[in-house]
Design a protein around this ligand. Structure first.
Ligand code: FCB
Length: 446
C-alpha cells in the first residue's frame, strides 16, 4: 500500500476551504448592501465572459445553512470567507449598515454550532464603488477608510472569530485591477497601479496595528500570491531572468511586509513609477504578523528576453494544464514553499488557497460528479506540502480553493473550482468525488 498522503503532518494541522464574498454570496441588493467595483465592472460589456455577474452566484447569502451542513459533512476545521465591505459600510466610509453584520453574525454562529472555526478575510476585492469614485486604491485615503472598516469588524466579530486575514492577493487588486485592466476597476495605468500597491500594503499595516492596539485575541496575517518562477534552463541568463520574474509578484509585496522595503531592481525598470511612501509607512507595513497566507496554483518557467523591461519572458511548458490553462507543477509548490520559508524566516505559513478548475460534468442521472483530475491535483499538491513540512517548512494549514463552484471573476461561471458542483439553474449542490477524497484527508483517516 502506498503511503498516506498526509503522513507525518502534525496532529493540529488545519484543513479548510476558502471562498470570497463577491464570488459566492449573490444578493447584491439585499439588506442595504452598496455597490462594489465588481458590480460596476461586470456591467461593462466585454469585461466578464458571457456578461456573467455575481448578482446571484450560488446565493450563499440565503443558502448558508445548507453550505455549512456540507462543510460539516466535509469535516472542515475552518471555513475561510470574506466580508463584503459594501454590506458593512455601503458608502465605504461613514455610517455602518447593521444588517450587513447581521448576516455575518448568522454565518459565524452557524459555523461555530457546526464545530467549524471561521477564518475571516477583510478584503477580497469588492471595494465599495464610492471609494473608487474618490480615487480607489491609488488614493491614500482608501487605506485610512479600510483601517476604520477593519476596526469595526474586529469589534463586531472578534468575540467569536480569532483568525483574520487583512487582504487577499493585493497583487491582483493592484496589478490586475489598475495595470492590466482585467479585473475591477479595469484601469491600465502603471503609476496608479503602483500607488495602489503601496496603499493596499498600508491598509494591511493599519489593520494589523488596529488589531494589536485593540488587544483582540487571535491571529492576523495577509494572503499573498507570491511565486518564484523556475529558470527554463540552467544558463546564467535564464537564472537571472527567473529571479527578476519574482520581483513583482513576490518581493514587491513580501519585501515590505518582511521589513525589507520595495525591490529597487524592479522599480528601476519603470522610471515612470514612484512609491508614495510617507514617514512611518514602512514600519507600519512591516509590523509582525502571526502567519503568512500563501495562495498558490502554478509555477511559471521563464527565460531571458532582452526586449522585456525586466529581461524575462514566460515560456510554454510541457505539463498538463488545468481548465485555466495553468500548468500542473506540484514540484513547483514544494520549491516555492521551501523558498518562502527562507524568505519569511520561519513565520508560520498557511496555504490559504490551492486548487484547480477542471472540466467537471455531472453523471447522466445528475447525482455524481467524477473529477479524477481534481483529486490527482489535490493529492499531488498535498504530498508536496507534506514533503515540504518534513523538510523543515513551517506550514500549518491548507485551505482548498474552493468549497463550491462559483463566480470566477473575469471568467464568470465558466470555470469550476469547487469540491461541490453547483447547478446554476436550480442552485442544486452535488458533492463531487473530490469532496469525498478531501473528507478523508481532513478526518485523518484516508
Ligand atoms: C485566486 C483568487 C480566488 C480565486 C482563485 C482561483 O487568485 O484569490 O478568488 O479566484 O484565484
Amino acid at each position: 500500500m502506498s503511503e498516506r498522503v498526509t503522513a507525518g503532518l502534525p496532529a493540529d494541522f488545519v484543513w479548510g476551504a476558502a471562498t470570497a464574498s463577491y464570488q459566492v454570496e449573490g444578493a447584491v441588493d439585499a439588506d442595504g448592501r452598496g455597490p462594489s467595483i465588481w458590480d460596476t465592472f461586470c456591467r461593462q460589456p466585454g469585461k466578464v465572459v458571457h456578461g456573467h455577474t455575481g448578482e446571484v452566484s450560488v446565493d450563499q447569502y440565503h443558502r448558508y445553512p445548507e453550505d455549512v451542513a456540507l462543510m460539516r459533512e466535509l469535516g472542515l476545521h475552518r471555513y475561510r470567507f470574506s466580508l463584503a465591505w459594501p454590506r458593512i459600510i455601503p458608502a465605504g466610509s461613514g455610517k455602518p449598515n447593521s444588517k450587513g453584520f447581521d448576516y455575518y453574525n448568522r454565518l459565524v454562529d452557524t459555523l461555530l454550532e457546526a464545530g467549524i472555526q471561521p477564518a475571516v478575510t477583510l478584503y477580497h476585492w469588492d471595494l465599495p464603488q464610492p471609494l473608487q469614485d474618490q480615487g480607489g486604491w491609488p488614493a491614500r485615503e482608501t487605506a485610512l477608510r479600510f483601517s476604520a472598516y477593519a476596526e469595526l469588524c474586529f469589534r463586531a466579530l472578534s468575540d467569536r472569530v480569532s483568525n483574520w486575514i487583512t487582504l487577499n492577493e493585493p497583487y491582483c487588486s493592484s496589478i490586475l485591477g489598475y495595470l492590466e485592466g482585467v479585473h475591477a476597476p479595469g484601469e491600465q495605468n502603471r503609476p496608479r497601479a503602483y500607488r495602489a500597491i503601496h496603499h493596499l500594503l498600508l491598509a494591511h499595516g493599519l489593520a494589523v496595528q488596529a488589531f494589536r492596539d485593540g488587544g483582540y485575541p487571535g491571529e492576523i496575517g495577509i494572503s499573498l500570491n507570491t511565486n518564484t518562477p523556475r529558470p527554463a534552463t540552467q544558463r546564467d541568463e535564464d537564472r537571472l531572468a527567473a529571479e527578476r520574474a519574482a520581483d513583482l509578484p513576490t518581493h514587491m509585496f513580501l519585501g515590505p511586509v518582511m521589513g525589507e522595503g520595495y525591490p529597487e531592481r524592479h522599480l528601476a525598470a519603470y522610471p515612470e513609477v514612484s512609491m508614495p511612501v510617507e514617514t512611518g509607512d514602512m514600519e507600519l507595513i512591516a509590523a509582525p504578523t502571526d502567519f503568512l497566507g500563501l495562495n498558490w496554483y502554478t509555477e511559471d518557467a521563464v527565460a531571458a528576453d532582452p526586449e522585456h523591461p525586466e529581461g524575462f519572458r514566460v515560456c510554454r511548458q510541457y505539463q498538463e494544464t488545468t481548465e485555466m490553462g495553468w500548468p500542473i507543477v506540484p514540484q513547483g509548490f514544494y520549491r516555492h514553499l521551501r523558498k518562502l520559508n527562507e524568505l519569511t524566516q520561519g513565520i508560520p505559513i498557511v496555504v490559504t488557497e490551492n486548487g484547480c478548475a477542471m472540466p467537471d460534468l455531472l453523471s447522466a442521472d445528475g447525482t455524481r460528479c467524477h473529477d479524477p483530475g481534481r483529486i490527482a491535483y489535490l493529492r499531488s499538491h498535498i504530498e508536496a506540502l507534506r514533503d515540504a513540512w518534513r523538510d523543515g517548512v513551517n506550514v500549518r494549514g491548507y485551505y482548498v480553493w474552493t468549497l463550491i463552484d462559483n463566480f470566477e471573476w473575469a471568467y464568470g461561471f465558466t470555470k469550476r473550482f469547487g469540491l461541490v458542483y453547483c447547478d446554476y439553474v436550480n442552485q442544486r449542490r452535488i458533492p463531487k468525488d473530490s469532496f469525498l477524497f478531501f473528507r478523508e484527508l481532513a478526518a485523518g483517516h484516508e
